[in-house]
Write a protein that binds this ligand. Structure first.
Ligand code: SF4
Ligand code: SF4
Length: 111
């Protein structure tokens, strides 16, 4: 499968929100909205499930729209947080990666 690694290390290619957007899948939009509303506690309906990925232009979903790691990496011109000189000492990415080990693996998997 294609990999679309976000600035934080999430793989947007695996995100149900992006898959629903790409396929214009209303059932998956509804399922994703319900799941993320319950899991993350922010208001989200199926109409809000539209995103083509962290590094793509256009709207994002929920927290991804205001992600401090994304804004910071863009401002620094870093390919992602794993490519940032501050990576090892950055509390912002460190707190996130402590909860999402797969994202750490994606950021640290470099040729
Ligand atoms: S940026 Fe978009 S595609 Fe990537 S994880 Fe966030 S909502 Fe999903
Ligand atoms: S300072 Fe932290 S949040 Fe900003 S780009 Fe570097 S690692 Fe990411």
């Amino acid at each position: 499968m294609e990999r679309l690694i976000a600035y934080c290390g999430l793989d947007c290619a695996e995100c149900p929100g992006r898959i629903a957007t790409v396929n214009n899948d209303e059932a998956l939009r509804a399922k994703t909205a319900a799941a993320w509303k319950a899991a993350f506690g922010f208001p989200l309906g199926p109409e809000g499930v539209n995103c083509l990925g962290c590094k793509a232009d256009g709207v994002k979903i929920g927290h991804c729209g205001e992600c401090g790691m994304r804004l910071c990496a863009v401002a620094r011109g870093a390919e992602d947080c794993g490519a940032c000189p501050e990576y090892a000492d950055c509390a912002k990415i460190g707190e996130f990666l402590a909860q999402v080990p797969d994202a750490r693996a994606n950021l640290e998997r470099r040729a």
